[in-house]
Design a protein. Sequence first.
Length: 245
Amino acid sequence: MSTQIEVGSGSDSPVQLERCEERIDYHFHNQDLLRSALTHASGAEHRLASNERLEFLGDAILGGVVCEMLFRQYPEYLEGDLTRIKSIVVSRQTCAKISESLGMQEFLILGKGMTTHPSVPRSLLADVFESLVAAIYLDGGHEAARRFIAEHVQPEVELAVEGALGSNYKSLLQQLSQREHGTTPVYHLLDEKGPDHSKCFKVAAQVGSRCHQPAWGRNKKEAEQRAARNALSEISGQPAPYASE
C-alpha cells in the first residue's frame, strides 16, 4: 500500500506558481513549463497537457546527471557499486521523498476527483520531481537542471552510499589496492582506550608504502571500516571523513 501525502490547495494561478518558484529556488522564463510540470493527467484538459511527457524527459536527465555525479565523486568505485547507488538515488521512493521535502503536494494541479481525497499517492510526488527537472532543463538549460538536481540529490547520494556500501569500504579498498599496487591493504592497530566493556580502537590503513589517516571505532571491525573509508577518500583527493583524534 502506498504511503499517502496530504493534498494542498494546488492551482495554476500566477501567485501559486510564484510561490512554487520560491520553494524550489528557480524562477522560470516560461512559466507555462512550470504549470505543465505540476499538472497531473486528472487536472489536464488532455493527456498531452499533463506532466507525463516532462516526466519521461526528466527521468533521463536525472539519471544522466546522477551518473556523472557518482562518476566524479567516487573514482575508486567499480561499475557495479555505482549502479547500485544510482538505482537508489533515482528510485521512485527517493524522488517522492525530495518532492515531499519541498512541499510539492501544495502545488500539484489535480482533477476534482483527486482533490476530494485528503491525500495523494507518493507516486504523484515522484512524477512531479522528474517533471520539474525536465521543465528547468527546457527553461534554463543543462546547467540549471544540474544545479537543481545536485542541490536536492546530493544528500540522498550520501545516504545511498552509506546504505549500499557502508559495510563494504574494506572490500572497495582491497579492490583498488590490488588493481593499483598488486597488494592487499594492511590495517595497523595504533591505540585503544576505555574500560574492557567499552573499548575504542584506533586503526590506520596502509596501501602500498603509504599509511593513511587513522580512525577510531567502537570495535576493531568498525575502526577498520572507517580507516578504509579515510584511505579511499585521501586516495581520491578528498578530506578524510573520520578524525584521527
